[in-house]
Ligand binder design. Structure first.
Ligand code: FE
Length: 189
């Protein structure tokens, strides 16, 4: 199975699961996140990252079973899988999208209160807001600015019953960003 088929099948089957404590499922959340990126004129890489940013919740069995009581590190698990098939411009914003929340809690005074209750709760598990020094160091990392953009789409992609393009709409973006279509990689995840 090629990576695009594998990822789309994973999203289609496991994406029916609820998105943590939110009022929509994982597939709806992924589609809304990608739609926001596309609406804002993001690069193809960031649109793909937005679509697949929570794939770690779905691919990794322990993260899939997690009920939000511990930090599942889904961002690292997802990024490691994506790095098999995509360049860093896709995998690294995914890896940094949780630290980007900690960054925004420190640097944007209104950010924390705008988060959903579920996202406020998970923040404590993810390490709480950065110190000023940690925030300064974070934003200097490669792809950190992209991760902050992704984070804002992620935070707004939680609307129940929103009409957005379907998964197939993103196939050209995903296939266009693949740097490896090694089918054995998909089989070994
Ligand atoms: Fe998310």
């Amino acid at each position: 199975m090629n990576p695009c088929e594998f990822l789309f099948e994973t999203l289609s089957i496991r994406g029916e699961s609820r998105y943590g404590m939110e009022k929509l499922n994982q597939m709806e959340h992924a589609l809304q996140c990608a739609a926001l990126a596309e609406r804002d004129g993001a690069t193809s890489a960031l649109i793909v990252a937005a679509l697949l940013h929570d794939i770690g919740h779905l691919i990794d069995d322990s993260a899939f079973a997690n009920k939000g009581e511990t930090n599942d590190e889904h961002e690292s698990k997802g990024a490691d899988v994506l790095a098999k098939w995509f360049g860093k411009e896709v995998s690294e914003p995914v890896r940094l999208h949780v630290p980007a929340k900690r960054y925004l809690c420190t640097t944007d005074g209104d950010y924390h209160d705008g988060l959903s209750r579920a996202s406020q709760r998970s923040l404590a598990l993810q390490g709480s807001a950065f110190s000023e020094e940690e925030a300064d160091a974070f934003i200097l990392q490669p792809y950190a600015v992209d991760a902050v953009c992704l984070r804002r789409w992620d935070d707004h992609a939680k609307v129940a019953d929103l009409n957005v393009p379907r998964l197939e709409h993103y196939r050209p973006y995903v296939e266009g960003m693949l740097v490896s279509s090694n089918s054995s990689a998909a089989a070994s995840v």
